[in-house]
Structures are given as structure tokens and as C-alpha cells.
Design a protein around this ligand. Structure first.
Ligand code: MTE
Ligand code: LUZ
Ligand code: MOS
Length: 767
């Protein structure tokens, strides 16, 4: 089935926050934010801005009736800075005016004076100074310290990874208008309507039931709106409450890029020990996570890094330590993968380093160590229905990787200017929120008496197609035409206490809640049909809009059945609640069974590097991905393609640069390069692994949103492999691999193109 939004999107009819027709008298707000990264505020002169014609109000922390606090997990983040600012981009003042243009002009008239304080942007420096957001987290199994002596080979190294800007097409924004009796209606571009509702209540000093948050869809979220959409929603609610007027705030791209946090940069140290036959026996890693000025979602992201430390491998002795470091940058936040890409990149760097030193292909070490059934993840969960080896093998067979490797070798022998590289990237991603209590969802189903349905869930549509999947789930449950079903906006008054649509679990959690509601209705309707037909309920089935009795079609149609049920006063509305069974986790011990299941896959990357210019091309990416029993393969393959390209951007061209003063230098699209159509691999193949799915995935269809982003590191190592054909000494691990870095890495001491280096044979061995 096609995505139900396709037509609206291509005809421009789909509605986003900024398309909501504003009410008469709507005011417009802009945020005046800190122009420096760390300072004591010594003076704030708002007079000129206040007096600017058309300005209605200028609001600061003094205007907050409740708490000046928006921290999601830990209450350590102010809505408005008061005496001190700790990142460039931190809100200090809200300017509310008759138009956005007036508000922007008035903003320029605000004068601020400050005493600068020491600015820290580097996580290792922060750790040295004891600037940590939370105490260090350690997960371990066995004791690597005791194992080094038993390893034949031990290698150490350091890894740098920059952040990543979400660049959702729709910037952050919210629109609020007062309803009667002090109640508020809030439209927000958020992945987490309940977080917005809860935080508005806290800041405004009212209760959650006074606030209705409604979301039609987002123009992309990618994690950037899991926590950080809350601030704009609170700001408009605050102004709307005080002024008793509708207030709208939509960030400009430049404000958005400067004010909001991004994927966390990491700086890490690893030590890896291998046996003579390349089994990884021991692994130790220390991560310095650049958290920014406050926690935001960093504690949860730290945990996911720790959970994905060993990627798709079984390692008997592992110790991982994570320092979440407080720096003077905007609070870094959720981004597709949520800390997993960082952990996995360090693991793959360790393998790449070992492979280089041992003169074997990295793929040989990767393959030797892939997870098997019943292996223990080092956080205590037993690996079940493990598909990693199947995806690896299918990939190698179906895409003739051994032959490809030979072709690449021949190519490299014959070419001086171009060098090709191949790398494999296996992935394993745990599905469930790492915070157990978030793994629940609700759904509300109305069957109207004409036989049409209105379905509400807590899922937010942000382009990933969750609404189409919800529609398929309901259509399948009743065996009715999908055209009868409408997926309603996500609304906290219809569906309460929502978890954010995140952790790739939107379809699983909300789909399962929807199934609970549908199944309850189905049982009731079967009883009623049985009473109409003088039969028992177990003999009744609904197939393609018809009621079947003992396997035989009757002339009772869906529409007739519903009409009669209504006239006979049968309840045609149901609410469903779902909580993922099985999962548990003890954070103190770092042990448990945190994930409902894992998603697996393997990708192969072929890149071509131009050793004269340092530029490169992704020639081919082949992927075998474990979708389970996909509900919608068109949507799911689209998710793989999109996430892959986002992962390639992260690992190659997207270079987020802050200067030492904590100012974002790459703060516009002219300085921050994201993948365009030319960055898409020339050839991109996605093969679904043949499998039966998983019982905890909605209708067997495994979560797909984030996992394929984790293929991204494959492109990095493919480029490195190509570079080593020219400069075999190249051994740094510093993402993203921009063309400049490639060029500098190729010519460490003015190495000339005329004398290509001798290269190692890199045969892809199969066991
Ligand atoms: N796909 C599109 N088109 N836009 C998005 O913002 N977000 C990703 C992924 N795919 C995103 C996307 C992220 S970060 C997550 S967690 C999942 O979608 C969330 O949706 P799901 O749980 O329904 O898969
Ligand atoms: N958000 C969250 C997430 O709060 N917890 C998670 O475990 C998670 N995982 C991935 C993406 N977002
Ligand atoms: Mo996705 S990072 O879980 O919103």
C-alpha cells in the first residue's frame, strides 16, 4: 500500500504547523538568545525594543508564573537564562509583536552586557575539570584487565566523531491560543506532545488537563523534536496565557541551527585484544560524550551508546565507561540512532585498526566475531532469533562480494589516480526505549455508525509513514477497506500520556495498542453478529467487509452489521493500552533484558577515491536488511534508503564546526553541507532478509526507523580502505571523512601521485 500522505505531499496539500490558518489577533514571537557561550549577564536593556511600534510585550524569566525549568529527564535546563548564560543560543527574552517582522526588528534593539566566563567546548577538557552532567556510567562483563595477557594481539587507539545537524525541512515551531477558563490549545511540531503538555503545565503553574496539544504531522523530526520542540511550545503558551491572545513562534533556519542541540560529538579511547585466530577476546572503551550545557536526553543516549558498544559481535570481556561532559554548547539531543552510531563507530575503528596492523581484511575479523544464537550481550540479554550471520551471508552470496573484491584489486593495480575501497558494515540495534517505563502506548478507536472509523494513537507522523502503518493495522484487524479509516491527528485530549514517537518504536507500541482496541471491538462485534445470525461467536469471521458464518459468506456486510450494532446500543468505541512484555533492566548493575528484540542487517560499500583531488564517490551500496515480516515494504525500503543517505552524510560531508568561543560556524546551508541527490550511491540495492518476523514486533513487522542509519560508518571505512591503497600508513579515526581530510590523509609528507605505494593483498576470505 502507498503512503497515505504521498499525494498530499506532492500536491502541496499536506498541512504542517505553519499552514494552520491563524486566528484573528494572532501575535508573533521571536527569541532573543545569548550571543555568547558562557557569561554572567550584567545588564539587559529592553527599553528600545519595548518602545518599537507594534511590539506588544517583552518577556523574560520574571514573567514565568510557575517554574523556570524545562529539563526533560533531569531538571537542569532553564527556559530563560537569568543571571548567567551557558551556551550561545540560550533563550533570554521573548519578543512578542503584531508581526514576525516587527518582532525581529525589535529583537535587534535589545542591548545586553556581560562578563565573559571561561568557555569549554571540548569534552575531554570538561572531564578534566570535573564538568560532568551525570556521574560516569560503566557497563561491563568479565574483566578485560585480566585478559590482555591472554591476547595474542592488543591494539589501542583514539577516535573522534563530530555531531550532526538534524536539518528537518520544517524548523521548530508552535502555535497556541487561549481557550475558556484559562485552558490552552497548543499546536506543536513535536515528537512528544505529552512532554510539551507536561512542561507547559510546570512552567505556567497549571495542570496538564488544562492543556491540549495537537500535532497533525512534522516536516521531519529525526530525534531533533523529541525533546527540543518543547521550548517553543512552552514559549508560545507562556505568552498566550499572559496576553490572552493567540501566539505563534516558528524558528528561522538560522535561529534553529544556532539554538538547538544536535547529535553528540564523541571523543573516545579503545583497547582491543584478539586471539591468534582473530577472535576478539577483550575490549575496553572510554567515551567522552559532548553533552552541551544541560542534560536534555543525554542520560538515555549514554545508555544506548553503552548498549551498542559491541555492535554485532560477541566479546566475552568488555568494559565501557562513559563520561557525559558538560560543555558550553547547546544541549545535544536525540538523533536517529541515539548514541548507538557513536559506540558502533568506535568498535569498527578498533577492528579497522587491528586489521590494518595484522594485514588482514577487517571483514575477516568482523565475520569471525558475529553474534550467534544464545550469545550474551554484555548487558545481560541473551541474543535470540539472531539474524546477523544470515544477513552477512546473504549479502556476500547475493552480491558476489568476493568477486567484487577481486575486481577492485584489479582496478587498483591498473589505476594511479583512482583507488577503490570496499567495506562491510554489520548492524545490530535494540528495539525498545532504554527507559523501561516509556515502553507503553494507547489508542482510541471510534466506529461511526456509517461503518467508517476514526483512529487516534500516540504516534506522530514525521515522514516515516507511521500513519499508513496504523491504517493498515486497523484495516487488517477488521478486514475492511482501508478507505473507511481515517487516522486522526495526534492529540493529548484523545490519547493521553504518550511516549515520544522515537526509539523506532512508534509503530510497534502504538500499533500494538491499536490492535488491543481493535480486538476488543472485534470480539464485541462477533458476539453481536452471532446473535443476529443465531450462531455462536466462535463461528463468526469478518473477511473483506463480509460476515462469514462457519467459513461461509453471509449477506451481512460490514456496513449493515455496524448500523444494526448501533441501533442495538452496542458500544462502538474502544481504548487500547499496550505495554511491552518481557523487558526489564537494572541500571545500577547495568544488567537485564532491555530490548524486546534486535534488528539486524549488513551493508557493503564500494567507493572510488580520486587521489589527486581527495574527492570520492559512493559507487555502490548493497544491503541485506532484517525487516521481519514487513507491513509495508515500500515504506520500509524508503526508510532504509533515507537513513542510509543520512548516515553517509554524517560520516562524510556534514561537518559541524564550533569555534573555541562556542560559536557554531556551520550555521547555515552555505557552510553546512548535507547530502544531495549526487551524494546518493550510484547503485543502491536493498534486499529484505527472508524471515518470519518477531512476535513482539507489530504484526511481525520489525522497527525500521533508526537501524539503517547505522550502516553509515561503512562508507567511512570503505573510503579509508581506498585511501590505504595509496597511503597504507593512513590510520586516523576522525569522522566525518570530508574531502579535505581525505586529501591531507593521502599526502602526509608530500607524497607524490607518481609513485603509488605498494599495497597489501586484501582478499575477502570466507571461512
Ligand atoms: N523518517 C522520516 N521521513 N522523517 C523522520 O523524521 N525520524 C526517524 C525515523 N524515520 C524520521 C524518519 C527517527 S529518529 C525515528 S525514532 C523513527 O523514524 C520514528 O518513527 P517510528 O518509531 O514510527 O519508526
Ligand atoms: N529516546 C528515548 C530514544 O527516550 N529513549 C531511547 O531509548 C531512545 N532510543 C532511540 C531513540 N530515541
Ligand atoms: Mo528517533 S532519535 O528515536 O527520534
Amino acid at each position: 500500500m502507498k503512503n497515505i500522505d504521498s499525494k498530499g505531499h506532492v500536491t502541496g496539500k499536506s498541512l504542517y504547523l505553519d499552514d494552520i490558518p491563524v486566528r484573528q489577533g494572532t501575535l508573533h514571537a521571536v527569541v532573543f538568545f545569548s550571543p555568547v557561550a558562557h557569561a554572567k549577564i550584567t545588564g539587559l536593556d529592553l527599553t528600545a525594543a519595548k518602545n518599537y511600534p507594534g511590539v506588544i510585550d517583552i518577556m523574560t524569566a520574571h514573567d514565568i508564573p510557575g517554574e523556570n525549568q524545562i529539563g526533560g529527564i533531569i531538571p537542569d535546563e532553564l527556559l530563560f537564562a537569568e543571571n548567567e548564560t551557558d551556551f550561545l543560543g540560550q533563550p533570554i527574552v521573548l519578543v512578542v509583536a503584531e508581526s514576525e517582522r516587527i518582532a525581529r526588528r525589535a529583537r535587534q534593539l535589545i542591548k545586553i552586557t556581560f562578563e565573559e566566563l571561561e568557555i569549554v567546548t571540548d569534552p575531554r577538557k570538561a572531564a578534566e575539570k570535573g564538568l560532568l552532567l551525570t556521574p560516569p556510567s560503566i557497563f561491563s562483563m568479565g574483566d578485560p584487565e585480566k585478559k590482555w595477557s591472554r591476547c595474542k594481539y592488543v591494539f589501542e587507539g583514539s577516535v573522534e566523531q563530530a555531531g550532526q545537524e538534524h536539518l528537518y525541512l520544517e524548523t521548530q515551531g508552535a502555535y497556541c491560543y487561549p481557550a475558556e477558563n484559562g485552558n490552552l490549545m497548543v499546536h506543536s511540531s513535536t515528537q512528544s506532545p505529552t512532554a510539551a503538555q507536561r512542561t507547559i503545565a510546570k512552567v505556567l503553574g497549571i495542570s496538564m488537563n488544562q492543556i491540549q496539544v495537537d500535532v497533525v504531522r512534522l516536516g521531519g523530526g529525526f530525534g531533533g523534536k523529541e525533546d527540543q520542540a518543547t521550548a517553543p511550545a512552552v514559549l508560545v503558551a507562556l505568552a498566550s496565557q499572559k496576553l490572552e491572545k493567540p501566539v505563534k513562534l516558528v524558528f528561522s533556519r538560522s535561529d534553529d541551527m544556532q539554538m538547538t542541540g544536535k547529535r553528540h560529538p564523541y571523543s573516545s579511547d579503545f583497547k582491543i585484544g584478539l586471539s591468534s585466530d582473530f577472535k576478539i577476546l577483550s575490549y575496553e572503551v572510554t567515551y567522552y560524550q559532548n553533552g552541551g550545557a544541560s542534560n536534555d536526553l543525554s542520560p538515555a543516549i549514554s545508555h544506548r551508546t553503552l548498549f551498542h558498544t559491541t555492535n554485532s559481535y560477541f566479546i566475552p570481556d568488555v568494559k565501557a565507561t562513559l563520561y557525559s561532559c558538560k560543555t558550553n554548547l547547546p544541549p545535544n539531543t536525540a538523533f536517529r540512532g541515539f548514541g548507538a552510531p557513536q559506540g558502533m563507530f568506535v568498535m569498527e575503528s578498533a577492528i579497522a585498526k587491528a586489521a590494518m596492523e595484522l594485514h588482514v581484511p577487517a571483514s575477516l575479523i568482523q565475520k569471525r566475531n558475529l553474534l550467534k544464537e544464545n550469545d550474551l550481550f554484555y548487558y545481560g540479554q541473551k541474543a535470540r532469533q539472531v539474524n546477523i550471520r544470515k544477513t552477512w551471508k546473504t549479502l556476500c552470496d547475493e552480491y558476489r562480494l568476493q568477486e567484487k573484491q577481486k575486481e577492485i584489486e584489479t582496478f587498483n593495480q591498473r589505476n594511479k589516480i583512482y583507488k577503490k575501497g570496499l567495506a562491510l558494515m554489520p548492524i545490530t540495534f535494540g528495539i525498545s526505549f532504554t527507559n523501561i517505563s516509556m515502553n507503553q502506548a494507547r489508542a482510541l478507536v471510534h466506529i461511526y455508525h456509517d461503518g467508517s472509523l476514526g483512529v487516534s494513537t500516540g504516534a506522530i507522523e514525521m515522514g516515516q509513514g507511521v500513519n499508513t502503518k496504523m491504517l493498515q493495522v486497523a484495516a487488517h484487524a477488521f478486514s475492511i477497506d482501508p478507505k473507511r479509516i481515517k487516522i486522526e491527528s495526534t492529540n493529548t485530549t484523545r490519547v493521553s500520556n504518550t511516549s515520544p514517537t522515537a526509539a523506532s518504536s512508534g509503530a510497534d507500541l502504538n500499533g500494538n495498542a491499536l490492535l488491543v482496541a481493535c480486538n476488543a471491538l472485534l470480539l464485541r462485534l462477533k458476539s453481536f453478529a452471532a446473535s443476529m445470525l443465531g450462531a455462536t461467536k466462535k463461528d463468526i469471521e469478518f473477511i473483506k467487509e463480509k460476515v462469514y458464518l462457519k467459513g461461509k459468506e453471509t449477506d451481512l456486510t460490514w456496513e449493515k452489521l455496524i448500523q444494526q450494532a448501533f441501533l442495538n446500543r452496542v458500544n462502538l468505541t474502544e481504548h487500547g493500552h499496550y505495554a511491552t512484555p518481557v523487558i526489564h533492566f537494572d541500571v545500577e548493575k547495568g544488567k537485564g533484558h532491555p530490548f524486546a528484540y534486535h534488528v539486524y542487517g549488513t551493508a557493503a560499500f564500494v567507493v572510488k577515491v580520486d587521489v589527486l583531488r581527495g574527492i570520492y564517490e559512493v559507487e555502490e551500496v548493497d544491503i541485506v536488511h532484517d525487516f521481519g515480516d514487513s507491513l509495508n515494504q515500500t515504506i520500509d525500503i524508503g526508510q532504509v534508503e533515507g537513513a542510509l543517505v543520512q548516515g553517509i552524510g554524517y560520516m562524510t560531508m556534514e561537518e559541524l564546526r564550533y569555534n573555541n568561543e562556542g560559536k557554531l560556524l556551520s550555521n547555515s546551508l552555505s557552510t553546512y553541507k548535507v547530502p544531495d541527490i549526487y551524494a546518493v550511491p550510484k547503485v543502491l540495492n536493498v534486499t529484505p532478509l527472508k524471515t518470519t518476523g518477531h512476535s513482539l514486533a507489530v504484526m511481525g513487522s520489525k522497527a525500521v526507523g533508526e537501524p539503517p542509519l547505522l550502516y553509515g560508518p561503512g562508507v567511512y571505512f570503505a573510503i579509508q580502505n581506498a585511501m590505504r591503497e595509496f597511503n597504507p600508513q593512513y590510520a586516523s579515526f576522525d569522522a566525518p571523512m570530508t574531502p579535505e581530510k581525505v586529501l591531507m590523509g593521502l599526502y602526509p609528507q608530500n607524497k607524490s601521485v607518481a609513485e603509488p605505494a605498494k599495497t597489501e593483498k586484501r582478499l575477502l576470505k570466507t571461512e
